[in-house]
Design a protein around this ligand. Structure first.
Ligand SMILES: [Zn+2]
Length: 351
């Protein structure tokens, strides 16, 4: 007869045992025997727990040990950056083409962009763990492009808040599937594990995040590089993480508004930083001088497009020559200039 009437199962410490279980106790057992059984059951369970925890922790150690930390440079105390390569995302670079980094306060860490693949996100996570034992509190996504957000899944389930421009969520939902499909041929299995990770916190205008004795200022921008650009300013080090509002060496790509970006340059220049970490290009660049190459390119492109439009030159012809005077100044010029010219023509046509 069961100890607990009418119960086929009963709970011991949260687990259910059935009548068939060796630990199922009947009234025929002596009190001492019962006690021994309960104790040995408890001891077995503790042993199982200990073994389980050992296996788990060795697994964690292994997985962390296998992930090579992303190479980062400490530009200022507690401010680390990895410089991406000038290329399109491919299997060789594992999507690590954008600059990503993190800022360490007295209490917590803010990560700025997660990279172009799950493996880059994991490597960035390992780099944070290598440099500090402070927990990551925020993962800031500067905009929707895949080279900046594809590493986000590595930071899931770590009690972090993902932070983005108020328009980021909509852009991610609209484009994520396309980004995955479009990059699959070049990236292959490097896209495994990439997940759509939407922002938990959004920035409409500006937002200050406290990392413990170190506050960073986030600004949301009107359409420029994209319609969801966010910058991060760290006054403690005078460093601006511009996201892709600043490109150096690598030709800027216009996915928002040419005129909007031209206007944003003045607002950006007013940020009292001394150095910028651009979205692409040298990670320790002087501020606001780093804005000048972009300003020159946008002015040339807009001037050429405006002239073509005024002369009635069709878009198909205008985009073959607009901005060409800038060709010698930029990497990946042929990849992006015609696209920029096409976007710019469509925009300037309505002025
Ligand atoms: Zn971008």
């Amino acid at each position: 007869m069961p100890l607990v009437p009418n119960a086929r199962e009963r709970s011991i410490g949260g687990f259910y045992e059935t009548k068939d279980s060796p630990y199922y106790i009947t009234r025929n057992d002596t009190a001492l025997h019962n006690l021994w059984r309960v104790m040995s059951f408890g001891a077995n369970r503790i042993l199982v727990y200990v073994l389980f925890i050992l296996v788990l922790s060795s697994g964690t150690a292994l997985s962390q040990g296998n992930t090579r930390p992303l190479h980062v440079q400490e530009l200022a105390p507690g401010l680390f950056v990895h410089q991406g390569v000038h290329a399109l995302m491919n299997a060789e670079n594992a999507g690590a083409i954008a600059n990503v980094g993190f800022i360490v306060g007295n209490e917590a860490v803010a990560v700025i962009d997660t990279g172009g693949s799950n493996s880059q996100g994991e490597a960035l996570l390992a780099a944070v763990a290598e440099k500090t034992d402070k927990p990551i509190r925020y993962v800031i996504l500067t905009h929707v492009h895949p080279d900046h957000i594809f590493g986000s899944a590595a930071f899931l389930r770590r009690n972090v808040a993902f932070v983005g421009h108020v328009r980021l969520k909509e852009a991610m939902e609209a484009r994520f599937a396309h980004y995955l499909a479009a990059n699959r041929p070049e990236m292959g299995s490097h896209l495994d594990g990439v997940e759509l990770v939407l922002p938990d916190m959004t920035v409409t205008d500006s937002l200050t995040l406290d990392l413990g004795g170190r506050s960073i200022l986030l600004n949301a921008w009107p359409p420029a590089h994209t319609d969801n650009d966010l910058t991060v300013f760290d006054p403690a080090s005078g460093t601006l993480f511009s996201g892709d509002l600043v490109f150096l060496e690598h030709l800027p790509s216009i996915d928002g508004s040419l005129r909007g970006w031209q206007r944003a340059l003045d607002g950006l220049a007013a940020i009292p930083a001394t150095r910028v970490v651009p979205g692409h290009g040298p990670i320790d660049s002087p501020w606001p001088a780093a804005l000048e190459p972009e300003r020159r390119y946008f002015d040339a492109l807009a001037r050429d497009l405006k002239a073509a439009i005024d002369k009635g030159i069709p878009i198909s012809e205008a985009v073959t020559s607009a901005g060409l005077s800038e060709a010698g100044h930029w990497r990946l010029f042929d990849t992006f200039n015609r696209r920029n010219a096409t976007a710019g023509y469509a925009e300037l046509e309505w002025e």
